[in-house]
Design a protein around this ligand. Structure first.
Ligand code: NAD
Length: 428
């Protein structure tokens, strides 16, 4: 990552404060919503494969549950910080509210690098994480899900530990479960597909067509790969992708002027979404520095990796050809980056709207788990498209009506819904 480093929690609070002012929220509501409701920080001691012990730091942060049980993923990341988890929990509250699903916001994490952990050690970490917070989570309290460097396998270990502790089956405790074990068809691709549904509608509003669209994508993990898949299926082209190189501790971009070949790139990518530089170069991809994805002459930019990527230093490098930025990642744009993007006249679809497909499908998974009846993939995908498209238009109409950025409009809709729920419950 280059550019100024921005504390994501301060950024989330700054964004909230601005909208609270515009909405004229009373002080008690502001005090309630600008900090998480409850935080759990805990140690997870693990016996490692070599017989030694290591202690990992885990978190679960519940921002708000006025509209329903908290909902949000769990990250395994070496640079995880409590402030990142706080910010992500807050964004989850706005995300579930903007797509109008009956859930609140939470987020979890463990400071660890799964690259250096065996599968047995990762299982122990998942089970240890659940043991520390079992009394504060559950289908009616707080429902975790996968996020960066966690998968369906991690979710199933967590579910199994939870069910053993509570003494009964509880498939609604967690989402992102594998198919056949309580998972929903369509969940894996939901976030990336949701990003492209929003892009499709934004292009349509500008009189542009998907089949003539070019894009550059930061990241090549779950969100990025499925966004590319759907964009390709609409006839668009992705000219450049980037990914992290664990050995070099740096990111690299992979460019092909006539468009990347998704299937081929997947075949040279590990389970963490890291593309092999040597294999990509052999296959004819130009290998470029990690920040180059942002300078590409394309119509659409999709940051789908980490926070703070479009910032004071990188935003000025965005090409004049870019019309739309769809934030697949959470918090990829800092406030100074946002201001530059706005000045350039680029239509930015904010993270908690653009990437809400994942939590929407998680909600569908919970509904299916609770009724123990599973829908076909087509049913799931079509319900997802409807929900994302409706949410997109609610935000874009508000943005146009008030002549404000999409991020502000999305915040206004979401914060007003949450504030109303808090008020009706008699909390403030
Ligand atoms: P992932 O772990 O599957 O993939 C992350 C990708 O980013 C990998 O390709 C990795 O190599 C790349 N990466 C990491 N650091 C990078 C850097 N500095 N430069 C370039 N590439 C880098 O994660 P994911 O699930 O795809 O999540 C990506 C983002 O989307 C995160 O911000 C996450 O919180 C957000 N998100 C994910 C979901 C979901 O359903 N998976 C839902 C909503 C939001």
């Amino acid at each position: 990552m280059s550019g100024e480093s921005f504390n994501p929690y301060r950024m989330a609070q700054q964004q909230f404060d601005g909208v609270a002012e515009q909405l004229g929220l009373d002080q008690a509501t502001r005090n309630l919503l600008r900090v998480p409701d409850r935080e759990m920080h805990f140690n997870i001691p693990i016996r490692m494969d070599d017989g030694s012990y290591q202690v990992f730091r885990g978190f679960r942060i519940q921002h708000n549950d006025a509209r329903g049980p908290c909902k949000g993923g769990i990250r395994f990341h070496p640079q995880e910080t409590v402030d990142t988890v706080r910010a992500l929990s807050m964004w989850m509250t706005w995300k579930t509210a903007v797509v109008d699903i009956p859930l609140g916001g939470g987020k979890g994490g463990v400071i660890c690098d799964p690259h250096n952990l065996s599968m047995r050690e990762q299982e122990a970490l998942c089970r240890g994480w659940v043991r520390k917070i079992v009394q504060y989570v559950g289908p009616e309290r707080d429902v975790p899900a996968p996020d960066v460097m966690t998968s369906g396998q991690h979710m199933l270990w967590m579910l199994d530990e939870y069910e053993q502790l509570v003494g009964h089956k509880a498939p609604g405790f967690i989402t992102g479960k594998p198919i056949g074990l309580g998972g929903s068809l369509g969940r894996t691709e939901a976030t990336g597909f949701g990003v492209i549904y929003a892009v499709r509608e934004a292009l349509g509003e500008q009189g542009l067509r998907m089949e003539h669209t070019t894009a550059s994508v930061q990241g090549f993990g779950n969100v990025a790969q499925h966004a590319i898949e759907l964009l390709h299926s609409y006839g668009g082209k992705v000219l450049c992708v980037s990914s992290w190189d664990q050995k070099e501790q740096s990111a690299f971009c992979f460019r092909r002027k006539d468009g990347v070949d998704l299937k081929q790139l997947r075949s040279m990518t590990n389970s963490y979404g890291e593309i092999s530089r040597a294999k990509a170069a052999d296959a004819g991809y130009e290998v470029l520095p990690g920040d180059d994805w942002i300078t590409q002459e394309v119509d659409v930019l999709i940051p789908a990796a980490m926070e703070n990527q479009i910032n004071r230093d990188t935003a000025p490098l965005i090409s004049g050809s870019v019309k739309i930025i769809a934030e697949g990642a959470n918090g990829p744009t800092t406030p100074p980056g946002d201001a530059i993007v706005h000045e350039k006249g680029i239509w930015l679809i904010p993270d908690f709207l653009a990437n809400a497909g994942g939590v929407t499908c998680s909600y569908f998974e919970q509904v299916q788990s609770n009724q123990n009846y599973f829908w076909t993939r087509d049913e799931v995908i079509s319900k997802l498209d409807t929900k994302m498209t409706d949410a997109y238009y609610a935000v874009s109409q508000m943005a146009r009506r008030r002549n404000i950025p999409m991020r502000d409009a999305a915040y206004m809709i979401a914060i007003a819904r949450v504030a109303e729920a808090c008020k009706m419950r008699g909390w403030v």
